[in-house]
Design a protein around this ligand. Sequence first.
Ligand code: MIG
Length: 666
Amino acid sequence: MIKRVSYNPKIDTGAVVQQIEPTASLPYFTIEDGSFRYPMNDRTRVYGLGEQVRGINKRGWIYRSYCTDEPFHTEDKSSLYGAHNFILIDDGAVRFGAFFDYPTRITFDIGYTDPAMLTVTPETMELELYIIEGDTPTEIVRRFRSLIGRSYIPPLWAFGYGQSRWGYADRDDIRSVADSYRDAHIPMDMIYLDIDYLDNFKDFTVSPERFDRFPSFVSEMKERGLRLIPIIDAAVKREEGYRVYDEGHARGYFCKGRDGEDYIVGVWPGMSVLPDFLNDDAAAWFGSQYRTLTEMGIEGFWNDMNEPALFYSEQGLKEAFAALHTYEDTELNAFTCFRARETLNRLANSDDDYQSFYHRTPAGSIRHSEVHNLYGYRMTKSAADALKECRPGQRSLLFSRASYIGMHRYAGIWTGDNHSWWSHILLLLRQLPSMNMCGFLYTGCDLGGFNGNCTRDLQLRWMSLGVFTPLMRNHAAAGTRSQEAVAFGDTEAFRHIIELRYRLIPYLYSEYMKATLRDEMLFRPLVFDYPDDSRAVEIEDQLMLGSSLMIAPVYVQNADGRMVYLPEPMTMVRMHEDYISTEELSSGDHYIPVPLGDVVFFIRSGALMPLADAAMTTAEIDLDSIVLLGTGRAYELYADDGISPDISEKNITILRQHDAAPRPAF
Ligand code: MIG
C-alpha cells in the first residue's frame, strides 16, 4: 500500500510516475514545528538516503539532502552530490518507507539530536509525502521503485571497463592509454574524455589543437573496440560568438538574476551562464546540443558540475574584493585574518548565489534555492530525452554527478570526488544498496580514488570490489599519481582482475536487467535476505549481489584476508591468477585468506551463476563459453542485443546445470 499526503508543493518534481489519490491523515509521523517526527525504539533501523556518508543503517547522524560539490567525503559531512529523500524504517514490529518529494533542502536527523527521535525537517511544508507499507524491506523497496518508475537501461558495453583521468591532454595521450592496455592484454571498452578535450572549457566544442579531426579519431578508437565518453559541464561560457552562448542568450534560456539579466557565475570556462533546465524549452534546447557530439560518433556522456557547482559569481566576487580592500593596510589579528581568508573561500557554492537567480518553470518564476536539488536531474533528463532522438533505437551511456530521485529513470550516477583512501572502498560498499533503494542501479565510484595518490595495493583491492559494480571506471584528478592498471609496473594482477570482470558480465548484465524489470535492488544488505538472522543485521561490510552472490571485499591495507560471515552454507569462488576454484563452506564465521590479487566471492546455497571466458571487449564475450558454478539447478540468463531500448522478460533463458545450455547471443 502506498499513501500520499499532499502539502501542496509549488512544482511537480517529476520523481513519481504513479497517480496516487491523496489521503488526509498522516500515518506514523506527527508534525511539530514544521518537522515530521517518528519515535524510534532500541531496535529501530533506518535505511535509505542513497548517495550519502556513513553506514547502511543511517541511524545516529544528521543528513541533509542538498546537492553539494563536496570534495571530502568524510563522516562529519551531511550532504554529497545527490538528494535521495527515501528512508526505510524497520523496528521489527513496524516497517514502512517514506519518500519526501521535496525539491530543496531537507534534513534527516536520525537520532543525532535526540537518540530516540527521527526528525525530518524540510525548509517549508510544500511537499508530497509518500508512505509505503509492506511486510518486508524488499517488498517496501519494490513498491517504492514501482512508484518512481523503471531504472535506466545502459547498453551492454557500459558494463565494460573504462579508463579515465583528468589530464589526458590530447589524442596522443588517449592513444597511448589504449596502446598500454592492449600491450598488457588488459580488456577495456571505454576511455573517458575529461574537460581537457574541450576548446577553452566550452560545452559541445572540441579543441581544434589537441583533438583535431575528432570524428575520425572517434572511429579510429571504435575500430579498436573503444568508445570515447566525453564530459559535459552544466555551465556555458559567456562569450559572444560562441554559438551555444549566443543561441541560449538570444532565446532567454539562461537563469536570470533579480535584475532580469543572465546571472553570471565563474566555473571552468571563467564567466559563465547557467542553462535553465527547469524551463522545458531551455532544457530541450540544451539537450539538442548533444547532437554535435553524437554526429561525431559519440555514444555516451558523463554530466558534471550540475549541483550546480559554482566557483564564484560575478556579484560575489565584486563583494569579496571590496571586503578584502577593507583589510588592506590594517594589522590582521587572528580573527580578522581568518575572516579575510574566509572571504574568498565562501565564494564557492554560496547560498547567496543560489538565492540570487531564477528559473522560468511551468509554475512561474522560482528562485533557484527553492528547487536546487532538481538542477542536475533536469540537466541529465534533457540529455536523455535528446539522446533518444539523436540515437533512435539505441541505448546510450549516461551518468551524472548531481541527482534527485526520478533521474534514475534516465541515467546512472557516479559518486564524485572520492579520495585514494582505504575507507572509501567501504564507503562505496555502503552506498551501493542505499543508492539501489532509490532506483539508481547504474552506479560506481572512481576506482583507486579521485583525489590523492593511489598505491598498487589500494587499486587492486578497490578494483576487486569494482568488478561487481555496473559502472567500473578508474578515474583520478589532475596532478595525482598515475593509477591506471598499467601504472604500477607488474600488470598481471590487474589483468586477471579486469578479465574476471568480463567473465562476470553475463551475470552482472542478467542481474541488472532483471532488477530493472522487477524493481529489485542489485546490491542488498544481508539483513534484507536473511531477516531472521540476528548477525546479518549488523553486517555492513558484505553485500548480497543479485540472486546468487554475496561479496565481502578486503578494505584494510596490509590485510591478507578477512573474516566473512555466511548466513547459510555457500560455495566460495576464488580467482587466483587465471584459475577459478570453488569450495563448499558451512554457515557461520570464517577467516578467508585473500592474498593481494585474488578475488573471492560466494554463491548462495541452491543458486547458480554463469561465468564466461575472458574477452578483450564486451563485444567479444562468448555466451557459448559459459560455465555454471554453484549448487543450484537453474539460472535465469538475460541476453539481448545489448543496444535496443526495450527490455523484456522474454529475453530470459533458463540455463540448467548438466543440461546442454541453450545458446542465446548478445
Ligand atoms: O572541479 O572535470 O567530479 O570527475 O575530473 C572539478 C574535472 C571538475 C569534477 C568531477 C571530476 C572531474 C573534474 N570535475
